[in-house]
Design a binder for this molecule. Structure first.
Ligand code: 5RP
Length: 237
């Protein structure tokens, strides 16, 4: 006869892991303050959880139009970044994070505003499921927000360093390029192995036509909440 307590627990889905880590981030919310909120499906779980604490914070600075709409829908005031000096904490997801807190971000196309809000914050708390933790950044194609007239030149510049850059298209098969919240285009660059994220970010950021490169080494995370089937682990960098 099978012992019921010895039966394997059902695996949590990625969506359930995102819910867990979104809830775990509530302990980094500083009561009485304005906090920074990023963008993406994991952050959406955090926003849902934040509804229970909404009366304890003054409001948020948001990194995307999509997050702003969700925050406003649950009655959380959203401030313009220019109206606030420093934020106590910034909570956001990532597409990849390494053991030092360097990240690739921008899968949701919000990298420029995410980097601005991160730079304005004293502490970056990154919320991810364990699939995002990597040894070396670069398996996930690096998003780069660019000025349209520089697209072909930048595609050639990435090719010269061994990367294949493609203009990101809208979902839904229209064949039209995706336009960011800032009215610019995105390149997704695959085939890169980023062994020195700070050097890579510094180099690409100064290419004419680059608005923002989706490597966050200068604005890296200080804390990573990592959701795994056994629970949420905290990594401090
Ligand atoms: C958006 C981002 C997101 O944080 C990143 O893409 C992770 O998203 P998700 O939580 O949906 O996996 O950088 O620009």
């Amino acid at each position: 006869m099978t012992n019921p307590s010895a039966q394997a627990k059902p695996q949590l889905t990625q969506d359930e892991l995102k819910t867990l880590v979104g809830q775990a981030a509530l302990r980094f919310v500083v009561p009485g303050e304005i906090i920074g909120v990023g963008s993406g499906s994991t952050v959406n779980k955090f926003i849902e959880a934040l509804a229970d604490m909404k009366d304890q914070i003054k409001g948020v600075v948001s990194a995307s139009e999509a997050s702003t709409a969700r925050l406003r829908a649950i009655g959380i005031p959203v401030f313009d970044a220019n109206a606030v000096e420093e934020l106590a904490v910034y909570i956001d997801g990532a597409d990849e994070i390494d053991q030092h807190g360097n990240m690739i971000k921008g899968g949701g196309a919000a990298l420029t505003r995410e980097k601005i809000v991160a730079a304005q914050s004293r502490r970056f708390v990154c919320i991810v499921d364990e699939s995002k933790l990597v040894q070396t950044l670069g398996t996930y194609p690096v998003p780069v927000e660019v000025i349209p007239m520089a697209v072909q030149r930048l595609i050639r510049a990435f090719a010269a360093m061994g990367g294949q850059a493609r203009v990101r298209l809208q979902t839904g098969g229209t064949g039209q390029p995706l336009v960011t919240d800032n009215g610019q285009l995105l390149l997704d660059v695959s085939g890169l192995r980023i062994s020195d994220p700070r050097a890579f970010e510094a180099q690409v950021s100064q290419w004419p036509g680059v608005v923002t490169v989706g490597v966050f080494a200068f604005q890296k995370a200080q804390v990573c909440l990592l959701a795994a089937p056994g629970g949420v682990r905290t990594l401090n960098f």
